[in-house]
Design a protein around this ligand. Sequence first.
Ligand SMILES: Nc1ncnc2c1ncn2[C@@H]1O[C@H](COP(=O)(O)OP(=O)(O)OP(=O)(O)O)[C@@H](O)[C@H]1O
Ligand SMILES: [Mg+2]
Length: 471
Amino acid sequence: MRHLNLGPDLSLPLTEVIGQCVAILGIRGSGKSNTAGVIFEELLAARYPLSIVDIDGEYFGLKEKYEVLVVGAGENVDIELDVDAAPGVAELSLREGVPVILDVSDMLAEERELFVLEYLTRIWSLAGKIRKPYMIGIEECHEFIPQGVRTDLKEVIARIALRGRKRGLGAVIISQRSAKVEKDVLTQAGMLFLHRVVHEVDMRVYSELLPWPKAEVKEQVTGLGVGECIYLSGQSIRKVKIRPRKTFHGGFTPSFKPVETPKLRQVRGEILAAIHKFKEEKDGAGDGELQLKLEKLEAELALKEARIRDLERRLRERHTPLPPPAPPAPEPPLEDPVPPAFDLPPEVLRKVERLLRRLGRLPIHERRLVAFLASREPRSYTTAELAAWADCAEATLLAEPPTELVEMGLLSCERLARGITYRAQLKAFVNRAFSGFLPELGPEGCHQLVCYLRGRLCQLSALERDFSRIA
Ligand SMILES: Nc1ncnc2c1ncn2[C@@H]1O[C@H](COP(=O)(O)OP(=O)(O)OP(=O)(O)O)[C@@H](O)[C@H]1O
Ligand SMILES: [Mg+2]
């Protein structure tokens, strides 16, 4: 009988994991993702089909040895997909047994939730008809099945974890926040890998899961090293050491040793072709439906934008009882047309579009900010100046600083004598975010990309002008 070799002293019959709910818990760096990676490696070696919801884009290294399709939005995807394509890929994966990694690392929370919901809903309904062994892995599952909150996504994951067995569905759920994961799911998990925890709240969760007195739980658990855990399944309960992953672990703890770039296996051409075909059909067939959806969302957005402007105005008035000192005369807006993209490679343009989609979902004041600063690079502006020139309420800027834009490296923030200042950093951003394309682009292409990006970013506030007409 086929066994999963998870460590020197842990070998499980494959049949034991069919339809099983496996929970892997522990603090950051305790070895959870490695343990999950080892389970996935062994399942893939046994040709057991699976899907992994990968929130940090760290499982693509499985492609070093196994044929796995990576889809979604992230650095290492084989095909970039949005929510409309999710059910189709789920169906392909389950029917054809194609292992899939859903890389949702570049999606914003709302899009990510919808994407995973559509995907897992299709898996659930189809598994009822197909009934063959299939595993779903979910990283950082407290994000998807939080304790005490009800969402559609949580419901479908809980259904898979608690009632999937009869359909052949199993789940591997991974979390560093044991206390934040839905209790019903944890207590029903048939197999547990409990890595080290230290906080009292997590220790309490472990005490509920382990049949030991509290003091013993604490003693055993605090003594666990990286990669060690308490393994619990049925009557079996013991301390085990999980083996390191054989394939590249994208979530490894960085050290000063050089890291070798993994050599990834290419996904078979016909699988990619099937998805491309399916994507094209979807894009073509549903144009009318998509247009309607778009119009509805745009109308909702316009209403919300109008409301935000109104609230911002009221907030500004409340915080400025005296008429403010006359702001410096506004500089005329720079209405540079977007420079043509000339011959920027299509993958670069796709990446720009993806970035713009992401930015398009930011709050309006952040969009205005990035549009304004991009047009004025390299000048830096204080929040007061931005309030005057970029029409961003200063109170809003202070209460909701553009953290995401700074983390992405598009803006930099400095505290100077004249106050907190922001400025755009497009060249540095391009050098970092498009590093893989730089050799191909050369200095000329890189300059062109910066100009093109600047033009597109400046348009982010044009969107707002349209809304102000509606409002
Ligand atoms: N069984 C093991 N043997 C050897 N090294 C391991 C083992 N488990 C984990 N490591 C190493 O320890 C580091 C942290 O492991 P891992 O990324 O799996 O932790 P994690 O619990 O998932 O952390 P996080 O919560 O931050 O995602 C990695 O560099 C990994 O290679
Ligand atoms: Mg991890």
